[in-house]
Design a protein around this ligand. Structure first.
Ligand code: PAF
Length: 285
């Protein structure tokens, strides 16, 4: 496995691969790899000749009060995991190479970034789409894989690709869960023991709502109530939002008549860890 730091070198390597007829797949990450990330790499290795995983903790998607400084960066362990999983290249550029002095170009997907996580993390998606577009331009992948856990991110990136006539295919991988049901996240390392016990209630709430939906309940209020009641069983989980939105405009709907996303964000009381999770009903993302 090769580790490439320079965007210019990465682009050259990708061009060489493509000229020799190899398809290139990309898994963009911020590192602190877990099994969820590896499942994305597996999908790329199944469909592409050459796999690139980017590792870059992107400063422009963090708010001033967020965890950019303390975000885990176990780079050597990440490289070991990625290599074992069959990754061909780790692309890990520096902040200075990605955002040199006088950098002033950003990509903003409007409207669908206003709700859910966009409401509490202003500027977050602008940072995500900017860095993802840069990675697409540097790596030029045929396929890029993202996890469904960040459902709004997936929908925003898909919209950017569509609106800007880009040719990369976005592959969406199912949420990878711990045995408890807790969605895997690099931020789970922040959780206290008690919070780890409480956190699976989020998924339980979502699956209880799906059971209700499968039993014929389509009213949003009822389905949201199921989720909030289950999460409310633990005093360690503060709900930021539980919303049921359509998957096109990401706007609340009053009942489920087509593909809809039940999305949750919570903050834990002790470590103040932000946890998100979701489930899609009546269709796919
Ligand atoms: O999902 C993430 O880890 C990040 O938002 C991404 C897509 C790598 C962009 O920095």
């Amino acid at each position: 496995m090769k580790i490439v730091r320079s965007p210019v070198e990465m682009k050259k390597l990708s061009m060489t691969m493509q000229r020799s007829g190899s398809s290139v797949g990309l898994v963009p990450t911020m590192g602190a790899l877990h099994k969820g990330h590896i499942s994305l790499l597996d999908r790329i290795n199944d469909t592409c000749d050459f796999s690139v995983m980017s590792i870059f903790v992107n400063p422009v998607q963090f708010g001033p009060k967020e965890d950019f400084q303390k975000y885990p960066r176990p780079f050597d362990a990440d490289c070991e995991l990625a290599e074992k999983a069959g990754c061909d290249v780790i692309f890990a550029p520096s902040k200075e190479d990605m955002y040199p002095e006088n950098y002033c170009t950003y990509v903003n997907v409007e409207d669908i970034t206003d709700g859910l996580c966009g409401a509490s993390r202003p500027g977050h998606f602008r940072g995500v789409t900017t860095v993802v577009l840069k990675f697409f331009n540097i790596v030029m992948p045929q396929i890029a894989c993202f996890g469904q856990k960040d459902a709004q991110q997936v929908l925003v990136i898909k919209r950017m690709v569509h609106d800007l006539n880009m040719s990369v295919t976005i592959d969406v991988a199912p949420i990878f869960r711990e045995e408890s049901g807790l969605a895997m996240s690099s931020r789970n390392v922040y959780l206290s023991d008690a919070e780890r016990v409480a956190a699976p209630l989020i998924y339980k709430g979502l699956t209880d709502a799906v059971t209700q939906y499968n039993n014929g309940v389509i009213k949003t209020d009822t389905l949201i109530n199921v989720v909030t009641t289950v999460i409310g069983q633990s005093p360690l989980l503060e709900i930021e939002y539980v919303e049921l939105v359509d998957t096109l405009k990401i706007k609340p709907v009053t009942s489920v008549t087509s593909a809809a996303l039940i999305a949750v964000a919570c903050r834990t009381k002790e470590s103040r860890t932000r946890l998100i999770d979701n489930i899609v009903i009546g269709g796919t993302l």
